[in-house]
Design a protein around this ligand. Structure first.
Ligand SMILES: NC(=O)c1ccc[n+]([C@@H]2O[C@H](COP(=O)([O-])OP(=O)(O)OC[C@H]3O[C@@H](n4cnc5c(N)ncnc54)[C@H](O)[C@@H]3O)[C@@H](O)[C@H]2O)c1
Length: 258
């Protein structure tokens, strides 16, 4: 069997973090033959991601962009097309999860969480879809949502509200963009061991890492690599007729403890 994403140009946002889901997806898709535009608000980290892909024999370019800023997002899509001539797949992965009990939540935290997690998906998807429509070859948009699109957690009310928005952005965009051959889906990770967990108080991190054996049916926290197969599937020809879904990758977490 050939490489599953041979020749595809994939733009991954939030692809910088060393232990992050975005970097794992970028590296995994590059191994399947995709050319990767790796974008992140942190220019140093995303250069490392691109360097790791190049070191593995793949093709990659690093782009600094804040997904919450329309001008950055336009530059990010233009940079991708300048590097590789086209855009086939957008992975909306950039996200933040500041923890705040609802009664203490300040407006600034609410606004920034929505700007990055929800407005970022709108801005990036619109810019990418316009490029895909200009090309006339269809495309894929993959939103990294969360199990938090349907359940919440302590201090995560605003975060889960953004992921609820991503759930319905996914369905709305799938509905409107289908006629252009663009399929839009989401991945809903459960708790994954990345630096995003550092937002949690230490006691909660210890509780999650220590007790998760009892909280997740498959008996462990997720790893960034656990998300890669779902992303490759949704970007591949095998998913040609899949649109508007959230594919949960959570070790059964949404089913509750066994
Ligand atoms: N780790 C989990 O438990 C978990 C669970 C469900 C969903 N998710 C989602 O997965 C995605 C990736 O999370 P992660 O755990 O890898 O987090 P992470 O913190 O390890 O990585 C997030 C990356 O996004 C970048 N970023 C942040 N704000 C940005 C912005 N405005 N513009 C561009 N880049 C920006 C960061 O620099 C970082 O490289 C997020 O959307 C998150 O909500 C994570």
């Amino acid at each position: 069997m050939g490489l599953r994403l041979e020749g595809k140009v994939v733009l991954v946002t939030g692809a910088g973090a060393r232990r992050g889901i975005g970097r794992a997806i970028a590296l995994g898709m590059a191994r399947e033959g995709a050319r990767i535009a790796a974008a992140d608000i942190d220019p140093g980290l995303v250069e490392e991601t691109a360097a790791a892909i190049l070191a593995g024999g793949g093709q990659a370019v690093a782009i600094r962009a804040d997904v919450a800023l329309a001008a950055d997002v336009r530059g990010m899509v233009e940079g991708t097309v300048a590097a590789f001539g086209r855009l086939d797949v957008l992975v909306n992965n950039a996200g933040i999860a500041p923890i705040k009990p609802f009664l203490d939540l300040e407006e600034a935290t609410w606004d920034r969480t929505f700007d990055v997690n929800a407005k970022g998906v709108y801005l990036c998807s619109q810019a990418a879809a316009r490029q895909m429509i200009r090309q006339g070859t269809g495309g894929r948009i993959i939103n990294v949502s969360s199990i938090s699109e349907i359940v919440s957690g302590r201090g995560l009310t605003h975060y889960s509200a953004t992921k609820g928005a991503v759930r319905n952005l996914t369905r709305g965009m799938a509905s409107e963009l289908g006629k252009h051959g663009i399929a839009v889906n989401a991945i809903g990770p459960g708790t994954i061991e990345t630096d995003i967990l550092n937002y949690l108080p230490q006691a909660d991190q210890d509780r999650l890492r220590g007790q998760n054996l009892h909280q997740t049916p498959l008996g462990r926290l997720g790893r960034p690599e656990d998300i890669v197969g779902a992303a490759i599937f949704l970007a591949s020809d095998e998913a040609a007729y899949v649109s508007g879904i959230t594919l949960f990758v959570d070790g059964g977490q949404l089913c509750g403890a066994g």
